[in-house]
Design a binder for this molecule. Structure first.
Ligand SMILES: [Zn+2]
Length: 188
């Protein structure tokens, strides 16, 4: 299987920011850890391997021209609303898919337990459909976008600050993708 991993943002586009953390750095570490685990079994390509800016159209083109079987975009969420008393901070993981891709839904279902395990005690926010995410809309293979958690949630922010934790999330993601592939083979 050819898997294209897509760490969001990069270079002059930091993505979401909170205190000293940039989304672009967090998701790159995760993608690199995911790569080193996954490439033991599969061909893996990254849309970027360093802190550079890659336009969305180029990311899609990399995956489409390479003929990837799977596209996995990695992002962190942010909750711009100020935290109010009695209104808990947003937290937890979620997966986005395009509504017209049943295979992406299968994939999201297969890996959701692994994604949910990023933050054991934080509720998984669900598999959500959107037609407006560029990389999901324009890739020609099953594609998902994983929001690994909230950069501005105190607990998740603390975890994201730890390079060991970032690597662990990357490895968990790889385990989920391996599980999806195993299930697919079982179904044939
Ligand atoms: Zn992002």
């Amino acid at each position: 299987m050819k898997v294209c991993l897509d760490p969001g943002h990069g270079g002059p586009d930091p993505g979401a920011m909170f205190r000293a953390l940039r989304e672009a750095d967090i998701v790159l570490d995760m993608a690199l850890a995911c790569l080193s685990r996954l490439q033991l079994w599969h061909c893996v390509a990254l849309t970027r391997t360093s802190d550079v800016y890659v336009p969305l159209a180029d990311r899609v083109q990399i995956a489409n021209w390479w003929g990837a079987d799977l596209f996995v975009s990695i992002h962190t969420n942010a909750d711009p609303d100020p935290d109010k008393l009695g209104m808990p901070e947003a937290k937890g993981e979620e997966i986005w898919i395009h509504p017209e891709s049943p295979i992406a839904r299968n994939m999201a279902e297969a890996i959701k337990d692994h994604v949910d395990s990023f933050f054991m005690d934080h509720h998984f926010r669900g598999i959500k459909e959107t037609t407006s995410l560029y990389v999901l809309k324009h890739t020609t293979m099953p594609a998902i976008l994983v929001e690994v958690g909230f950069i501005d949630n105190i607990n998740e922010h603390q975890a994201f600050s730890n390079p060991v934790f970032r690597r662990r999330i990357g490895v968990q993601l790889a385990q989920g993708i391996l599980l999806y592939d195993k299930g697919k083979q079982g179904a044939v």
